[in-house]
Design a binder for this molecule. Structure first.
Ligand code: UT7
Length: 328
């Protein structure tokens, strides 16, 4: 173990499967309409993995892009972290499967399961591993096949979720890009956003499966307010921690759960909408993958340049929330 070092993001990448599920497709599946979905959520379509594809397929594809852009090979990695709630299996960790697929053996690999906050939590944990001097290079991937845990008979959730993966390579650096992090949770009532069956509380049953208890359930209206409040609070906390103001932020890369939530957060923080990256219209809510996909797309679009101050925000199951402030 060395002394406290700096960390930087050396490469970013994302992958989304080619299958597209549009609002028009959903109109044919249950009573809903494009106007309702777009006005309530901002979502127009989502990507859906083909039958037989698994979360580690998306993670692998996104990781390959990030590794190539970082100019390193898998053998250079010291650790692999995957953030997911829809891993290939209940266990082993999808990170172990990803490490195997990348052709590395005997290295640290683990999952972080904190739902939609997974990428922000993993960015924080991965950065801490590098900044402590313990590791030189850590691959962080947020990856989901949410279509496998979505009940397409439940219109209140089926309109929301999609599949994909976003990846970054964290690397030790003389100049520290990590400025501040704030991570929070509130486990007071898990049933606000959860999967009822399949854990130790309720085993999977045939009847439960038939009634959608294998899938994500959410009391959306109830947690909407929490989402706005906690992301605003987390943002203020990291700005204060770094001794900065909102005016110093060049781009906000938020979890894409709902365009209205993101708009409200931006209004409370007084961030102009041009500084907020939105891609929810194309992908819907991809849980732990969403911040990574958004970051990769923002970078590809030239929205992030050396020196940019990036504010990552997340909120989701747990309830959980987080913010990371980063200097590119
Ligand atoms: O990523 C994890 C964190 N998640 C969040 O932060 C999500 C937070 N919550 C939300 O984004 C919103 O609550 C939703 C987008 C999920 C829902 O929007 P809402 O404005 O809160 O709608 P609602 O659930 O209160 O439903 C309003 C009405 C209901 O009808 P009644 O009871 O008013 O007659 C629903 O039955 O809309 C109905 N409804 C639909 N109508 C058409 C629910 N789903 C649909 C639908 N199409 N797909």
């Amino acid at each position: 173990m060395g002394s406290l070092a700096g960390v930087r993001i050396a490469g970013v990448g994302h992958y989304t499967p080619p299958g597209i599920l549009t609002n028009a497709d959903l109109e044919r599946m249950f009573a809903t309409n494009d106007e309702w979905i777009v006005s309530r959520t901002g979502i127009k379509e989502r990507r859906i993995g083909a039958p037989g594809t698994v979360t580690s397929d998306f993670a692998f594809a996104a990781a390959q892009v990030a590794l190539e852009r970082a100019g390193i090979t898998p053998a250079d990695l010291d650790a692999v972290i995957v953030a997911t709630v829809s891993g290939d299996y209940q266990f082993p960790a999808t990170a172990c499967i990803l490490a195997h697929r990348l052709g590395i053996r005997g290295k640290t690999a683990f999952d972080i399961e904190i739902a939609c906050s997974g990428f922000v939590y993993s960015l924080t944990v991965g950065s801490a591993l590098v900044r402590s001097g313990m590791y030189q290079r850590v691959l962080v991937v947020g990856a989901e096949k949410l279509s496998s845990i979505t009940d397409y008979a439940d219109r209140s959730t089926a309109i929301l979720f999609g599949d994909g993966a976003g990846a970054i390579v964290l690397e030790a650096s003389d100049v520290d890009s990590y400025l501040a992090s704030h991570l929070g949770t509130d486990g007071a009532d898990p049933t606000r956003l959860f999967i009822e069956e399949g854990g130790s509380a309720h085993a999977t049953t045939t009847e439960g499966y038939a009634s959608g208890k294998f899938a994500i359930k959410m009391r959306g209206r109830e947690i909407y307010k929490n989402a706005v409040e906690e992301m605003v609070g987390a943002a203020k906390s990291v700005l204060a921690g770094a001794n900065m103001t909102v005016a110093d932020v060049d781009i906000v890369v938020p979890h894409q759960a709902n365009a209205r939530i993101i708009d409200s957060v931006a209004k409370y923080l007084e961030v102009p909408s041009e500084k907020v990256f939105l891609n929810i219209a194309k992908y819907g809510n991809t849980s732990a993958a969403s911040v990574g996909i958004a970051l990769s797309e923002a970078w590809e679009a030239g929205r992030i340049a050396p020196g940019s101050h990036v504010l990552f925000l997340s909120f989701g199951g747990g309830l959980s929330w987080g913010a990371v402030l980063w200097k590119w």
